[in-house]
Design a binder for this molecule. Structure first.
Ligand code: URA
Length: 438
C-alpha cells in the first residue's frame, strides 16, 4: 500500500468510514513487512479505538493477523481438539483444572497460554512454579505431544500470528489496547491460527477483569464468537463474574496447589463450578455430549473419580516437570515469611475487591508490573474469608506468603483495604453466568 493510500485509509477511519478487505490486509501485512511505519499504524489504531470497526472489518483484521504466520494444522489430525481462552482474571487457575479434566473425558486439549501482566495472572507463570516444567515447546514438539498424548499446554510459538505480536506491542505503548474490535481480533487471530475444532471463551466481568461492565464483556464475547463462527469453528463464550478472586489462592505455586486440590475433589466451590462449566462446553463443542449441561455433568463425574488428576500428573511428567508435586505440593517450595491478615471487626464480608488482591500479589512479587519483571513463584495470598462469610474480630481474613517483611507489611495494608466488613450479610445475589453461542 503506497503512502498516499495509507493516509487515505487513516483519514477514512478517522471520519468513521469502513476499510475494504484489501486495505486491511495490506495495512497488516505491510506493517509486518516493515513497509508501513509505526507512526502510520498507530494513527490508524487510534482511529479504530475512537471510531470502532464493522464486523466485516474485524473478521478481515483477524484473518489478516491469523494468516501472517504458520497455522498448526490441527484439522489434519484424525481426532477433534478442544481449546479454551480466558480474558484474564485474578486467581484464575481454571486451565490447570479444565485441561486434564477434558482429557480424562476422552477429548484432546491443545492450549497455548500467556504470561501474567499487570493485574492478571498467566498460566505459563503458574506452570513454571513446578520444578523443571517446560513451557517453551517448538511447534513440532507441541504437535507430537498432542498426537501421542492428547494433552499439551505451552507458550505461543514465534511463528504463530506474528502480526498480532507486533501490533500488540505497538498498541501497548500507544494507548490503543482498550478497543473491543482490536482485543477480539487479537485473541481470535491466535486461536484461529492454533485451529482447535471447539473453543470456549471465558470472558470475565467485574473489578478484576479487563471488562468491568457486563455490557462490554457481552459485546466482546459476541464479537469473538461471531469471528470464530464465521471462520467455521465451533465457539461459545461464558460471561463469568470476576469481582472477587476465583478460589482462595492468588500466586503461582499456591494456585497450582489449589488446582491439584480441586482435581482431588476438594476444591473451592466457585472454582469447581466454573471448571465444570468450561469443561462441559468443550465436550459439547467437539460433539462428545448432547448439551453443555450433559458436559458439565460428565466433567463433575470425572472430577470425583480422580481420573483427571492422573492426567495433570502425566502432563507434568511429559513436559519435564516433577510429577511428585501432585502428591506433595510442598516440593514446589515455601516462601520464607507467613503473615496473617486479621479482621479488624466482627461482621459479614460484603466486598473482596479482586483488583485490590491483584495489587497485593504484585506487591509481594507474584506478578509483573512491566513485561521484563521476573515473578517469584512462591509468594501470594490465601483468602480465608470470601464475600458472604461471617468473621469474628481477630479471625484470619487472609494469609500472605512473602519474600521479605517490607513487602509483606505493605501487602497486609492492601488486603485490609480490599475487604469491606459490614453489620448485615451481603444482599447482592451472585452475578449470574451468561452463555453466548451464535
Ligand atoms: N489480550 C490479548 O490477547 N489481546 C488484546 O488485545 C488484549 C488482551
Amino acid at each position: 500500500m503506497g503512502t498516499v493510500r495509507v493516509v487515505e485509509a487513516i483519514e477514512r477511519k478517522r471520519a468513521g468510514g469502513e476499510l475494504s478487505h484489501e486495505e486491511i490486509e495490506s495495512l497488516v501485512l505491510g506493517y509486518v513487512r516493515g513497509e508501513v511505519p509505526d507512526y502510520q499504524l498507530s494513527a490508524w489504531l487510534m482511529a479504530v479505538c475512537c471510531r470502532g470497526m464493522s464486523r466485516r472489518e474485524s473478521f478481515d483484521l483477524t484473518s489478516g493477523m491469523g494468516e501472517s504466520g504458520n497455522s498448526l494444522g490441527l484439522s489434519q489430525l484424525g481426532f477433534p481438539v478442544a481449546d479454551k481462552h480466558s480474558s484474564g482474571g485474578v486467581g484464575d487457575k481454571t486451565t490447570l483444572v479444565v485441561a486434564p479434566l477434558v482429557r480424562s473425558c476422552g477429548v484432546a486439549v491443545a492450549k497455548m497460554s500467556g504470561r501474567g501482566l499487570g493485574f492478571t495472572g498467566g498460566t505459563l507463570d503458574k506452570l513454571e512454579s513446578i520444578p523443571g516444567f517446560r513451557v517453551d515447546l517448538s511447534a513440532t514438539e507441541f504437535m507430537r505431544q498432542l498426537e501421542t498424548e492428547g494433552i499439551v499446554i505451552a507458550g505461543q510459538t514465534p511463528e504463530l500470528a506474528p502480526a498480532d505480536r507486533k501490533l500488540y506491542a505497538l498498541r501497548d505503548v500507544t494507548g490503543t489496547v482498550d478497543s473491543i474490535p482490536l482485543i477480539a481480533s487479537s485473541i481470535m487471530s491466535r486461536k484461529l491460527a492454533i485451529g482447535a475444532h471447539g473453543l470456549v471463551l471465558d470472558v470475565k466481568m467485574g473489578s478484576g477483569a479487563f471488562m468491568a461492565k457486563r455490557e462490554e464483556a457481552r459485546e466482546l464475547a459476541e464479537l469473538m464468537v461471531a469471528i470464530g463462527t464465521a471462520a467455521g469453528k465451533r465457539v461459545s463464550a461464558l460471561l463469568t463474574p470476576m469481582d472477587q478472586p476465583l478460589g482462595q489462592a492468588v500466586g503461582n505455586a499456591l494456585e497450582v496447589a489449589e488446582a491439584i486440590r480441586t482435581l482431588r475433589g476438594d476444591g473451592p466451590q466457585d472454582l469447581v463450578e466454573l471448571s465444570a462449566l468450561l469443561a462441559g462446553e468443550m465436550l459439547y463443542l467437539v460433539g462428545t455430549v448432547e448439551s453443555p449441561e450433559a458436559g458439565r455433568e460428565a466433567a463433575l463425574q470425572a472430577l470425583s473419580s480422580g481420573k483427571a488428576l492422573t492426567w495433570l500428573e502425566r502432563l507434568i511428567a511429559l513436559q519435564g516437570g516433577d510429577p511428585r508435586i501432585v502428591e506433595r505440593p510442598e516440593l514446589m517450595g515455601m516462601a520464607p515469611i507467613v503473615l496473617q491478615v486479621l479482621a479488624p471487626s466482627s461482621g459479614w464480608v460484603t466486598r473482596l475487591d479482586a483488583r485490590g488482591i491483584a495489587r497485593t500479589a504484585l506487591t509481594l512479587g507474584a506478578g509483573r508490573a512491566i513485561k521484563d519483571d521476573s515473578v517469584d513463584p512462591l509468594v501470594g495470598v490465601l483468602l480465608r474469608a470470601k464475600e458472604g462469610a461471617f468473621v469474628e474480630a481477630g479471625e484470619a481474613l487472609a494469609e500472605l506468603r512473602c519474600r521479605d517483611r517490607g513487602s509483606g507489611e505493605r501487602a497486609v495494608a492492601e488486603v485490609l483495604h480490599a475487604y469491606s466488613i459490614g453489620e448485615k450479610p451481603l444482599e447482592k445475589t451472585m452475578d449470574s453466568y451468561e452463555r453466548i453461542e451464535s
